[in-house]
Design a protein around this ligand. Structure first.
Ligand SMILES: *Cc1c(COP(=O)(O)O)cnc(C)c1O
Length: 406
């Protein structure tokens, strides 16, 4: 399937795009578990290194199985080019470090995945890059932060774990006026439910570990953007610093993509039902789910996303003790910090993924000790709800027992 086939619809691209068969005509993509490549002769090696002929050189620079994954992801995203990386964090750090240099300035939404937050808050300033955090939902704050020349903007929408929404179009316009490129971490929305490039984003990054594998097997990441930026800015960085993806992982991820549409659809339908169930459940103070009318930014969420996604965040009445009691009562839903998996999982962000950012920053982000993040899986939704009922049964009922318990 060549590039003209990009007019196929997403579910077709997920199965076919980027496939390049060897002369054996294999059905499934070939797995090229090779670190290097051989040349016909010394002249061909020289011509390859001069860039005069196209020939794979070394799997740190490129590998045929990895290329198939990159082409499939690029066509799905509607991006000119893609580079796959070993992990999602390798994708984020490569995108930022390849573009930024000492004296530059980055503005980021405060609500970021823990390691992304660490890169902006701790790592980049060490290299003389000024970093500024803003409340991602506050357009005035973005406008103010972007009123001076800026090199890069980083944001995540919906954000982890509070599912805050950033107005992609408005922030991209402000960023471009300030001279910045916009990097969007699109993990929570997946490539199927939100297309940041259509709203003006310059670069989209993924942790392929999440929905793209979605079956808990391998780590992976991807950076997507314009051909010139990928070739001239990102590729020299990846080639020389080495965050390359393993061809084995690329092959597993190609298999994952084949069912991504089915999985995200089914998991989203489950999540919609579970969010509605939790919103009415006694002992639950609040539910955040982007497509529910009670999400504070529901209108914006549904302008830029085609559905609410596979993650729900909710707050139990009380705090850590009540949250732990609910989580420990679950038999089907696993306690795990992963997400986007075919298995349902719960996380207590305050004591795990967002422990290191500190109590003050957690308070600013709304991550209370009662907050639980639920990644809804592929199980029968009635079994997911029955499992949650086991946990809910142990919670003090609305306002009654909680007062008596003081
Ligand atoms: C998991 C995740 C990452 C990091 O990906 P890894 O594959 O674990 O390195 C980055 N951003 C978001 C939003 C994530 O959920």
């Amino acid at each position: 399937m060549n590039n003209e086939s990009a007019t196929y619809r997403p579910n077709t691209l997920l199965v076919h795009a980027g496939t390049e068969r060897t002369p054996y005509g294999e059905t499934s993509e070939a797995m090229f578990l090779t670190s290097g490549f051989v040349y016909d002769d010394a002249e061909q090696a020289e011509a390859t290194f001069l860039g005069q002929v196209t020939h794979y050189q070394y799997s740190r620079f490129g590998n045929p199985t990895v290329t198939m994954l990159e082409r499939r992801l690029a066509m799905l995203e509607g991006a000119e080019a893609c580079r796959a990386t070993a992990t999602g964090m390798a994708a984020v750090s490569s995108a930022l470090l390849s573009h930024l240099k000492a004296g530059d300035r980055i503005v980021a939404a405060r609500a970021l995945f823990g390691s992304c937050h660490w890169i902006v808050a701790n790592l980049l300033p060490r290299y003389g890059i000024e970093s500024v955090f803003v409340d991602g939902g506050d357009l005035e704050a973005w406008a103010q932060a972007l009123s001076v020349p800026t090199t890069c903007v980083l944001l995540e929408t919906p954000s982890n774990p509070m599912l805050d929404i950033v107005d992609l179009k408005a922030v991209c316009d402000l960023a471009h006026q300030a001279g910045a490129i916009v990097v969007v971490d699109n993990v929570f929305a997946t490539p199927l439910l939100q297309k940041p490039l259509e709203y003006g984003a310059d670069v989209v990054v993924y942790s392929c570990t999440k929905h793209i594998d979605g079956q808990g097997r391998v780590l992976g990441g991807a950076v997507l953007g314009r051909q010139a930026w990928i070739d001239e800015t990102l590729q020299p960085f990846i080639r020389n610093t080495g965050p390359a993806m393993s061809p084995f992982n690329a092959w597993v991820l190609l298999k994952g993509l084949e069912t991504l549409g089915l999985r995200v659809d089914a998991m989203t339908r489950n999540a919609e039902a579970v969010a509605d169930f939790l919103a009415d459940a006694p002992g639950i103070a609040r539910v955040w789910y982007p497509s529910r009318a009670d999400h504070p930014q529901a209108e914006l969420a549904m302008r830029q996303m085609t559905a609410g996604g596979t993650l729900i965040t909710f707050e139990v009445e009380g705090g850590k003790a009540e949250a732990f009691r609910l989580m420990n009562a679950l038999r089907l839903i696993a306690v795990s910090n992963n997400l986007g998996d075919s298995r349902s999982m719960v996380t207590h962000p305050a004591t795990t993924t967002h422990m290191r950012i500190g109590a003050e920053e957690r308070a600013r982000l709304g991550i209370t000790d009662g907050v639980i993040r639920l990644s809804v899986g592929l199980e029968d939704v009635r079994d997911i709800i029955d499992d949650l009922l086991l946990g809910l049964a142990l919670l003090p009922q609305h306002g009654v027992v909680s007062q008596a318990a003081e």
